[in-house]
Design a protein around this ligand. Structure first.
Ligand code: PMV
Length: 318
């Protein structure tokens, strides 16, 4: 049996602006998706999601029946192809990451699955290979994903991403600080929010262009702050980033309430994370203030998570 895990992600700065080729920073957090893989004596591949409460199975000549398992089928076929034979497997998914929350749960499951299944099949893949196989699975879930989610989930830590240039790892040490995540309870669609921002940008290009430029500069400053361990500066930059996200139309009353409650309770910075319009906010606080920030948010949000940045990306647990 092989048990592997991979972390969720949070976008620290730069969402939306990244769509127009400005840089963004994402970090891995210590919420993980776990996948176990065991070999079977027959040629069946049996799949189970403990989170969704669903099971499915397929053989080499068949397909999965449930679309939820299609990404996993893509991963398994690619890995079985690399072994040169077909081996029956039992795969069990157990993820601690909220779904449809902008935290990259599908990517973390894809990455953890790729690692667990490759190991049980005796394949030694590089991190790059794990990430790119998971990316193929992500295409089924998200159409044309940027690749940020599978990358951060595979490598862990923090990365700067720019569409035209790809990813670089950021050397940083988050110890002594926590990220507090709070759910607005409002469902959101990344695609719709991206389209909304695009409309505003094409209506007011002269007004919006400087905001994009500003966001790009902000990400570069935030990368420096992270590298220098200057969390006060990072918090201030997160606050400015939130202002820019409000300006481009992805905030709302509930998100503002959460952001201001976090700041009032002592967070160094607080902002929307991800697409906005709903979903989560992220606040930065020192370890001693994190509980206070979380408690303030709990009066406004049904789901509040205190998390640390995870240095480690995908790993084999046992
Ligand atoms: O889906 P989320 O919440 O992880 O946010 C996606 C980030 C955007 O910048 C809004 C879209 C994108 O493709 O980068």
């Amino acid at each position: 049996m092989v048990l592997a895990s991979a972390p969720a992600k949070v976008i620290l700065v730069g969402e939306h602006f990244v769509v127009e080729n400005e840089p963004a920073i994402a970090v891995a957090i210590d919420l993980r998706a776990y996948v176990t893989a065991t070999k079977r004596d027959d040629d069946l591949v049996f799949l189970k999601s403990l989170n969704l409460g669903i099971t499915d199975s397929f053989r080499e000549s068949e397909s999965v029946k449930l679309r939820e398992f299609k990404p996993l089928e893509v991963i398994i076929r690619e890995l079985e192809r690399r072994t040169g034979s077909w081996i029956g497997l039992n795969i069990v998914i157990n993820s601690k990451i909220p779904v449809a929350a902008g935290m990259g749960s599908s990517a973390a499951i894809a990455v953890a699955s790729t690692l667990a299944i490759s190991r049980i099949l005796g394949l030694e893949l590089s991190r790059g290979e794990v990430s790119s196989i998971a990316y193929e699975a992500e295409k089924i879930v998200h159409g044309k994903p940027s690749g940020i989610d599978n990358t951060i989930s595979t490598y862990g830590g923090a990365i700067v991403y720019r569409k035209s240039e790809g990813f670089i790892s950021l050397d940083c040490n988050f110890s002594g600080y926590k990220l507090i995540l709070a759910d607005s309870g409002i469902p959101r669609s990344t695609g719709e929010m991206v389209a909304k921002v695009r409309r505003l940008k094409s209506k007011y290009p002269k007004v919006m262009d400087p905001l994009y430029h500003s966001a790009g500069r902000l990400t570069i400053e935030a990368a420096r702050a992270l590298r220098d361990g200057d969390f006060i500066k990072l918090g201030e930059l997160m606050n400015i980033n939130h202002g820019l996200l409000s300006a481009i139309g992805v905030s709302n009353e509930k998100l503002e309430q959460l952001v201001y409650a976090a700041r009032k309770a002592g967070a160094l910075g607080a902002k929307i994370t991800g697409a906005g319009g709903g979903g989560y906010i992220v606040a930065l606080a020192s370890d001693d203030i994190a509980d206070r920030v979380a408690n303030a948010l709990k009066s406004l949000s049904k789901r509040v998570i205190i998390s640390s940045v995870s240095k480690e990306g995908a790993r084999v647990e046992q």
